[in-house]
Ligand binder design. Sequence first.
Ligand SMILES: *Cc1c(COP(=O)(O)O)cnc(C)c1O
Length: 413
Amino acid sequence: MTEKKVPFTKEEIEKIIEKYPTPFHIYDEKAILDNAKAFLDAFKWASGFKEYFAVKALPNPAVLKLLAGLGIGADCSSIAELYLAEMAGIRGEDIMFTSNDTPAHEFKKACEMGAVINLDDITHIEFLEKSLGHLPELLCFRYNPGPLKGGNDIIGKPQEAKYGLTRQQMIDAYKISKAKGVKRFAMHTMVASNELNPEYFAETAIILFQLAADIYKETGIEMEFINLGGGVGIPYKQEQDRIEWEDLSALIKKAYEDVFNQLGYNPKIYFELGRAITGPYGYLVTKAIHEKHIYKEYIGLDACMANLMRPALYGAYHHITVMGKENAPCDYMYDISGSLCENNDKFAVDRKLPKIEIGDIIVIHDTGAHGHAMGFNYNGKLRSSELLLKQDGSVEMIRRAETLEDLFATLKF
Ligand SMILES: *Cc1c(COP(=O)(O)O)cnc(C)c1O
């Protein structure tokens, strides 16, 4: 069970709305920091442990900078994300560059920044060498465990996934890059998305640790770090439980000790979580602007799927709070819709809620990751502002809302 609460009262959010009109995403600074600290604390046993926040989950430098204050780096998959990390003051090997199908100029930028380069394919060794004129001192490779791993709902089966190298390619890739003068080596995988079963991560860790051990035995090559990727889920639904950091840590510790205690070398452990770091601590704040009674009961919001894509894209559940009616009985059933000309532009379908009046403030939960970030401009919809609810209760706008001028800025007419 996960209690779904909002970090402000109705009066407080009304005050905020006076200054910043709906819709907007608001992020709870204290909750993000407390959660990130608890995560890092749980892995204190792992010397050199590091988290690289997946920038794509919440690509706002204000948030990256907050996390960087705890020693958290940035996991980037595009040149824009590299620039965002740079803006936040994140430098050198505090950046991982994990993209695939990457153009040469993006590799160049990542290398200029001194980022850790994580290659997605064995052919990319040569591509990288050609792009840069040399290879970096440190190379990481992304493993695709194929049939060893069952896969999960969002990310699918590893065998069907475009990412990473096969086992034999991994072994060859380390040998080839060593022969080409690479000095430091690392391993990565990312085979989960929004996964709530901690055993799944232990299983992945065992597969990676074992592969690292096999490579060590066969080639003598030591991994400097093993990056277990992202994909830790969050309880979008009240009846779900979060993964406790201590539980995840204990499982990984056991897997680590099983493999590396006998081997006598100790690679560092990295993660690149996005969702589980910020997801639960963001809220899309909207207002009910229409109601309609046809074959079903509809409430129309001043936000749409351009502000939060997950329900339309994956049929994802996002909890909804009607401000001021937190304890009212949920004896109405609504489809909560947006304004896009797409019938799946619904934040909720057949949702039991208290009676909603026009003008009610409707808060959509768990938008702190893959929320605003997945926004788009189809149908001429504008992306909203982003606010940071600071620890002292003040509010800072960390991104303004898009305007029509922004939307038309690229036209040549
Ligand atoms: C998306 C992504 C992540 C983060 O995923 P979450 O589900 O937000 O934890 C980490 N690494 C890579 C390579 C990704 O593509």
